[in-house]
Ligand binder design. Structure first.
Ligand code: SDX
Length: 443
């Protein structure tokens, strides 16, 4: 199958008038160039700083650091903007579908009808898993957290798909990226079936990506299962909203793992591990547990108070973001989807009412306003997923499923970067100076 890859050439950033760094201790000056991209913050190019000055930059958590050049996703945190290859997340979630967004992220352009059909066919025919992997699941306890299974099974894929692990072969890179996008729903559904003791359900080639996932998750061999088109559309939209998000923690993890030449299956397994954290993708699960703990609107004030108390580790899960200092545009779309899904299911979900009340109170509170803490993508997603019948423990698995395309698109962009190097940050050392060894009798 031939996909016309129309990867836009990596345009060189524009060199601008930069900064002069004065080292007063040594009485020396260093010129630091500034590089401007298409839009967003310009960067001070410090690649040669250590070689020229003997100094490192210091930026724990990378609050002010651009780790790479990318053309895939643009975020403007102040304005609450998210675009993939120039298209806004609002338009993509309204007019596109997940596999079309996957093509856009991977190949740089929205596909023609022919390109889309070819891509969908290729993904569809990679959805099955090697049968031997079924035994892999059997090694886990039934109550294992599904993310633990995902990390294990995805990491093991490279043991089954050797033909797509040569990262320097463009055809093998293409196959591996398609295999990962195609197999994640199958693996995710299998983690759920395994946890509830139901038989695995094989993918079907006559269903769309989202329909197939719902079918593999919720159907049972003993009766016919009809996918609710409203839920399938909501599922597909949730996948779109989680597809990619610039250089977040898990994507940076995938890039770092890939920079050593590790195969894409191992890199995505590393991304899954990073996403699991409650400060990142694990927040959607934590939001539902938080709402359960709050229990009733009358207790919202108590928890908002705790979230503001520096002596209390409690944070409002689903609030705040490293980049967005405005409403996360994905949360706005998900909030609308919440109403649609709950109406379709005729579900009067008290957690949604509680979440809306929590959002109202927080957004009127100076602590959150001053710190520009708004709902993020994880705040509403769990409510929809819960209403659709997913257990809380599966929420981050669904995030990982959807984010796989972002991880592999960013990994592919990095591997193709001519100047790509292994990621190897340095440190500021504050430990012991050299000291003589002491025999155990002397300690
Ligand atoms: C995702 O990066 C991405 O793009 C991630 C993501 C993606 O698509 O990949 O968007 C997905 O991970 C969304 C975020 C999900 N996480 C949560 O909802 C967990 C709760 N949020 C926080 O833990 C926090 O907001 C972070 C981790 C998201 C961001 O942390 P930062 O940027 O390091 O900010 P910070 O911890 O330094 O907080 C700044 C201030 C602090 O107060 P002060 O020290 O200035 O007094 O805001 C406070 C924090 O205490 N604060 C919160 C808060 N989040 C930040 N206070 C209460 N509740 C919160 N949720």
């Amino acid at each position: 199958m031939s996909i016309t890859t129309s990867d836009a050439p990596i345009a060189k950033p524009e060199l601008r008038e930069g900064f002069t760094l004065i080292d007063h201790a040594k009485g020396q000056k260093y010129d630091l160039p500034v590089l401007a991209g298409t839009e967003g913050p310009t960067v001070i190019d410090v690649q040669h700083l250590y070689g020229d000055t003997g100094y490192f930059t210091y930026d724990p958590g990378y609050m002010s650091t651009a780790s790479c050049e990318s053309q895939i996703t643009f975020i403007d945190g102040e304005k609450g903007i998210l675009r993939h290859r120039g298209y806004s997340i609002e338009e993509l979630s309204e007019h596109s579908d997940y596999l079309e967004v996957c093509y856009l992220l991977l190949y740089g352009e929205l596909p023609t009808a022919e390109e889309k059909a070819a891509f969908e066919h290729d993904i569809t025919y990679h959805t099955m898993l090697h049968e031997q992997l079924h035994y892999f699941f059997r090694g886990f306890r039934r109550d294992a957290h599904p993310m633990a299974i995902m990390v294990g099974v995805v990491g093991a894929l490279s043991a089954f798909y050797h033909e797509s692990t040569d990262i320097h072969d463009p055809e093998q890179r293409r196959t591996a990226t398609h295999q990962l996008i195609a197999k994640m729903p199958t693996i995710a559904a299998m983690t759920y079936k395994y946890s509830i003791g139901q038989p695995f359900v094989y993918p079907r080639n006559d269903l769309s990506y989202a329909e197939n996932f719902l079918h593999m998750t919720f159907s049972v061999p003993s009766e016919d299962y009809r996918v609710n088109p409203v839920l399938a559309r909501a599922m597909d939209r949730i996948f779109i909203l989680h597809a990619d998000h610039e250089q977040n923690a898990s994507t940076s993890t995938v890039r770092t793992a890939g920079s050593s030449g590790a195969n894409p299956f191992a890199c995505v397994a590393a991304g899954i591990a990073s996403l699991w954290g409650p400060a990142h993708g694990g927040a959607n699960e934590a939001v539902l547990r938080m709402l359960d703990e709050i229990g009733h609107k009358d207790r919202v004030g108590e928890f908002v108070k705790r979230a503001k108390d520096k002596d209390d580790p409690f944070r409002l899960m689903g609030f705040g973001h490293r980049v967005y200092k405005n409403y996360d545009p994905r949360a706005a779309v998900l909030r609308e989807s919440c109403h649609e899904v709950l109406a379709e299911l005729h579900v009067d979900n008290p957690q949604l009412d509680l979440a809306i009340e929590l959002e109202r109170i927080a957004l009127e509170d100076d602590y959150f306003v001053e710190r520009k803490l708004f709902p993020n993508v994880d705040f509403y997603s769990g409510i929809i997923l819960s209403a659709m019948g997913f257990p809380t423990s599966l929420f981050t698995v669904l995030f990982a499923l959807a984010r796989t395309v972002g991880w592999v698109a960013q990994w592919k962009e990095m591997i193709k970067e001519p100047a790509q190097k292994i990621s190897r940050p340095r440190q500021i050392y504050t430990g012991y100076r050299q000291r003589p060894f002491r025999a155990i009798e002397e300690r």
